[in-house]
Structure formats: structure tokens, C-alpha cells
Design a protein around this ligand. Structure first.
Ligand SMILES: [Zn+2]
Length: 608
């Protein structure tokens, strides 16, 4: 610890300093700040003249395990931060000179500091929107669901939609089978209510919602959908494509709600230990809310946003060119990419495959866009200075996307850094192309462990060898940028690191991991969430490592992902999330100060 070096034996009563042993007990408390006073038993430090005093750090972390991701100096115990940037990384002794009277000093007490973890593919508004709707995951009775709807209705003006998600009638002890509209009418007769089942494949609504949607006994769903009915009358359950009959009547979020959702999403990210996210596919409303929040200094999280490339006309979005914060602006928002879709998802057999589905020989999935149209859009976005990021799940979609990139970028891919989002099922030939053709694989480790119960049924025993094939890509020296795709998966990067390293679910199944030869080694997993994400966001010169001159984005965990057992890793706690030197999240219960942008002094030694 920095402090113990500056406290002389027997000095405590004289200086009023807390003893090192006592400081260790207040693990997350501010270690008292000490002035560098000379001890009789040690040679006095040189006395700097006041004019020549070197600058001191705003924040010092010491006494920890610091994984820097800097090959020149991979391990350290302390970091000093000034004006949002790292000014020193090294041993506690090396960082000590940066501690001054105004320095906030945190004793890590053996905790683990990592370069700030970044989620390279998620949806910030979608994540936060969950907080604006009723969360029904884990409800054990129909009565419990009704109580939640009743209290939501009590807070919302009559006529306003109430939405929620996560119910599962199989878990209820007081009801059998699908629920009915009547149960919701009893608790929210004056609000349209729409509650999505836990798997996203059924929507449960009340009578007010069906009236809004003008559902009658004559309403027929599109193919691939079903309206559950009894004696010809809809009961309130809409399945798959029939859900759209209701959903098209639920209004989009208001500007205020979008803003609220982003702030809720930000809170969840910071709590999860993320210092940055790549928000993949934002519309104009989200973008203007993000810009406003950044201008107001309310954006604490670093957000790298991609325009939604599915908009019918991209020109308004692209006309203004990218937004890239400058060192002076302190901005946290970058808008520099466009997100496209090549195909759908594997679970619903919408992913475009080269050969038919193993479990549906008549179906090979679908490309969502004509390759020529996608190529034209990729060219336009690139010409306007944007990075392109294309969702591709099936091996056909991946091949088509790589082919387009090859034609558009030729030998300039390293400059433009095109990305494939998900890169989920790859043919053996295409696995080698990512590195060779300068394409970033933006992958989500938890997708593998969520999909593993059924993925092989979809693609069969051969193609599964190229699915979620992280180690094959890394062995070819491709760059993987890791993410979660939240809210599709949980936002926690700890779960992402765990899935990447173990290829097991949260219960440790299957023991030993699913196709474990494709698992990442711990250092590869950490790189995917740090340096890989930084490369994908053009910020490798100032993010992704803990290094002098880099932005001070740091995640502090209770456990060391380089060494932890799977059980320890999944139980790891986020202790601190530091963005640009600011304590953006401090674990509750930890005796630490509230987050502020500037450092404060808690204690200074006085000379007797
Ligand atoms: Zn996504």
C-alpha cells in the first residue's frame, strides 16, 4: 500500500494517521492521504521547491492485482490517474510519488483491476427499456403476476399501455395452461396490457389491448402465427407472428422515455463493470437522446454507436458524417458505424445457410437483403467515413458478407475495419478469411452457451465444428471483439468471460464445456472484451490497456479472471467501474465515496 510506506513506525499518534493494519480493514474506504513527511529512520526525500512541485494524481489505486494488457508491462499493482488519463502504472512504490494532498487514494486490497471492460455488441435503449416495463421473470403464481400488473396500472394514466415480459405458466402453482385476458381485465380494466412470455414466442393481452388492436373473432393471423381461441373467441394469447397484430398498436417510446431508457441501460452497464458499449443499430430518436445526454455530461458510459442500417433511407443519418470525440471535448459518444443485417437467427431457422437445416431439409433460411443492395449500402457508408458492421449468423450470410467486404475494401480493410456481427456459423474456408481479409469478428460468448441445447440440431454434426468457433478464429490471428447482445442475453461481461472460458452454462453444464476446444483461454477472453473491442472501435491508441497516456477506464473485480476457477469467476463481483478517472460505479456496502468527477481529500496529515 502506498500509505504504509509513508507512515513511520510509531508515527501514528503524532500524525493522526490510520495504521496500515486498520486501513486494510476498510477495504474500500479511502485510505487516508498522507503528506510525505520525513521519518527519522529513513533518509528525507528531496524537498521540492513549491514552484517546481510535480503534478499529483487525482486518483491512485494501489495494493491490487493489475492486468494491464500492455505487453511491455503486463502486471502491476498500482495505477495513478490525472485529468482522466493514466499517468503511471507500476508497483505501489513506483506510483507513490503521484500521491499528493489532493489525491484520492483507494486501497485495492488485493482486488483485480482490468482495462475497462467493453461490450462490443449490445442495445442500450433495449436494455434500459426493460426497466420501463414489468419484469415477470421468476414469478411463481398467476396471483403474483396480477399484483404486479395492478400496481403498474395504479401508477400509469388510464389508457396508457402496460407492457411486461418474462411470464411462464409452467412455473405457476395456482394456474394451469395459458392464462386469459380476463385475469388481466380484473386488475387493469382501463389500460391495454401486453405481456410477452419468457421465450418471446407468446403475447398475453387483456380485453382493452384487443379492443385497441380491433381483434375480433374474424381476425386471422399471418402465416406462422396463431390466435388462441375458445368457442371462436380469442382468449388473449397471441403466438409468434400473431403477436404483431397487437404489437403494431403499442406506441414507440416517447423522446422522454428513450432518454430514461438510455439512462437505465447506462446504470445497468456501469453496475455490470462495463466502461463502454458498442450500441449496435440506433435510430434517430436514440441518437438525439444520446447526443443530448452527452452534451449535458450525463453520459458516463462510453458509447460507440452504429446507425441502424435498415432504415429505408440512410442519407439523413450519414449526411452529417461520423461523430468522434476529441481529447478536449471530454465527450463519451462516438457515432462511427452503420449496422446492417445479412440474415435472421438460428433458433427460428431464419439464418441463411449454404445447405438446408439439419432439422428442416426443405429450408436453408433467408438473406434479408439482396447482396447487391447490401453491397451498395456498405459502399455508401464507407464513402461517408463510417465503419460497417453486418449481422451474419448462417454460413451463407457470412460468406456473402465476406465476399462483399472483399469487393468493397480490397486491400484497405485494415483502414476501414469492417465487422461481422455474430459470425456464428462459419464454413471452414471462411474461418480463415477474417484475419486474411482484415475483418473483425464481433462475437457474443453467451450466445454459444444459450444456443448449445439446440444449435447442433439446426446445423448437424459437421457444420457445428465451425459454429461459435472462437479458438479457430483466434488461432488464425483474427481479432474477436466480445459482447453480449443484451438485452437478448444478460449484460454482465463476467458472464461473457465465464462463457468464453468455460463453454458451460451458469450451472456448469455440460461439465467440461460444450465443444470446449473452441473455448478461449482467459487472456484471450480478457483481450476480446478490452483490446479487441478497442480495435473494433478505432480506439486502441487510448483504450483497452492500462498504460501511461491512455484514458483511465478501469474495471475492478473481486476475483482474478486469469486465475479464478469457473465457480469463482461466475461469482465475481464488480467493485468499481471507473470511466475517464471518474468513479462511475462503486459497489454498495463498500465504504467508498460517492461518484464525482473530481477528487476530494478525506484526510491530510498535519505536522505537529
Ligand atoms: Zn444485436
Amino acid at each position: 500500500m502506498v500509505d504504509s510506506r509513508t507512515v513511520c513506525p510509531g508515527d501514528e499518534s503524532r500524525t493522526g494517521l490510520v495504521q496500515p493494519a486498520a486501513m486494510r480493514r476498510i477495504v474500500w474506504g479511502l485510505a487516508p492521504i498522507v503528506l510525505l513527511t520525513a521519518c527519522p529512520s529513513t533518509p528525507p526525500p528531496p524537498r521540492p521547491s513549491p514552484q517546481a512541485a510535480p503534478p499529483k494524481a487525482d486518483l491512485v489505486l494501489s495494493g491490487g492485482i493489475v492486468h494491464t494488457q500492455d505487453p511491455q508491462q503486463p502486471a502491476a499493482t498500482a495505477v495513478a490517474i490525472r485529468a482522466g488519463r493514466i499517468v503511471a502504472v507500476g508497483s505501489d512504490a513506483q506510483v507513490t510519488p503521484w500521491v499528493g494532498a489532493e489525491t484520492r487514494h483507494i486501497d485495492l486490497a488485493g482486488r483485480v483491476a482490468l482495462p475497462g471492460l467493453v461490450d462490443a455488441h449490445m442495445h442500450l435503449t433495449g436494455l434500459g427499456k426493460r426497466a420501463l416495463s414489468i419484469d415477470l421473470v421468476g414469478t411463481k403464481t398467476l396471483a403474483e403476476v396480477k399484483a404486479k400488473v395492478r400496481s403498474a396500472a395504479a401508477r400509469a394514466p388510464a389508457g396508457q399501455w402496460i407492457v411486461g415480459r418474462g411470464w411462464d405458466q409452467n412455473d405457476w402453482s395456482d394456474h394451469r395452461g395459458f392464462p386469459k385476458a380476463k385475469s388481466l381485465d380484473e386488475v387493469a380494466p382501463d389500460h391495454p396490457v401486453a405481456l410477452t412470455r419468457v421465450d418471446g414466442h407468446a403475447l398475453w393481452v387483456n380485453t382493452a389491448a384487443m379492443m385497441r388492436a380491433r381483434i375480433t373473432k374474424k381476425t386471422r393471423p399471418k402465416s406462422g402465427g396463431r390466435i388462441v381461441s375458445r368457442h371462436g373467441m380469442p382468449t388473449g394469447i397471441f403466438i409468434d407472428n400473431a403477436m404483431q397484430l397487437i404489437r403494431q398498436h403499442i406506441p414507440a417510446l416517447s423522446a422522454k422515455q428513450v432518454r430514461q431508457a438510455i439512462l437505465h441501460g447506462q446504470t445497468q452497464c456501469l453496475q455490470a463493470g462495463l466502461t463502454g458499449v458498442h450500441d449496435m443499430g440506433v435510430g434517430p430518436e436514440e441518437l438525439s437522446a444520446l447526443k443530448a445526454l452527452d452534451a449535458e455530461g450525463q453520459l458516463k458510459l462510453r458509447v460507440y454507436a452504429a446507425h441502424d442500417g435498415t432504415a429505408p433511407d440512410l442519407s439523413p443519418a450519414l449526411a452529417a458524417g461520423p461523430i468522434i470525440p476529441t481529447a478536449a471535448s471530454e465527450g463519451r459518444l462516438t457515432v462511427r458505424a452503420v449496422k446492417f443485417f445479412a440474415d435472421g437467427a438460428l433458433g427460428s431457422r431464419g439464418a441463411a445457410l449454404l445447405e438446408p437445416y439439419h432439422d428442416d431439409p426443405t429450408n436453408s433460411g433467408l438473406l434479408l437483403m439482396e447482396p447487391a443492395v447490401l453491397e451498395a449500402r456498405v459502399r455508401t457508408a464507407t464513402q461517408r467515413g463510417f465503419q460497417v458492421a453486418t449481422h451474419a449468423i448462417g454460413d451463407r450470410a457470412n460468406m456473402v458478407t465476406l465476399d462483399i467486404y472483399k469487393r468493397v475494401f480490397a486491400n484497405s480493410a485494415w483502414k476501414h475495419r469492417p465487422r461481422v456481427e455474430h459470425a456464428q456459423v462459419l464454413s471452414q474456408l471462411d474461418l480463415q478469411r477474417f484475419r486474411a481479409e482484415g475483418v473483425i469478428a464481433s462475437m457474443q460468448p453467451t450466445h454459444a452457451t444459450s444456443d448449445m441445447p439446440w444449435a447442433e440440431a439446426r446445423v448437424g454434426p459437421e457444420r457445428i465444428q465451425g459454429a461459435y468457433a472462437w479458438q479457430s478464429l483466434l488461432t488464425s490471428n483474427a481479432t474477436i471483439a466480445a459482447g453480449s447482445d443484451a438485452p437478448v442475453e444478460a449484460i454482465s461481461p463476467i458472464l461473457g468471460l465465464y462463457a468464453a472460458i468455460t463453454r458451460s452454462d451458469a450451472e456448469g453444464q455440460p461439465a467440461g464445456g460444450w465443444y470446449v476446444s473452441e473455448a478461449m483461454r482467459p487472456e484471450q477472453a480478457l483481450a476480446a472484451f478490452t483490446t479487441g473491442a478497442a480495435w473494433a472501435g478505432f480506439s486502441e491508441a487510448e483504450l483497452g490497456r492500462l498504460k501511461e497516456g491512455y484514458l483511465a477506464d478501469i474495471t475492478v473485480l473481486s476475483e482474478d479472471p486469469m486465475k479464478a476457477s469457473p465457480g469463482e469467476l461466475i461469482g465475481a463481483k464488480v467493485m468499481l467501474t471507473i470511466v475517464q478517472g471518474e468513479l462511475a460505479y462503486v459497489r454498495p456496502g463498500a465504504d467508498a465515496p460517492p461518484a464525482t468527477r473530481t477528487a476530494t481529500v478525506t484526510a491530510t496529515a498535519t505536522t505537529p
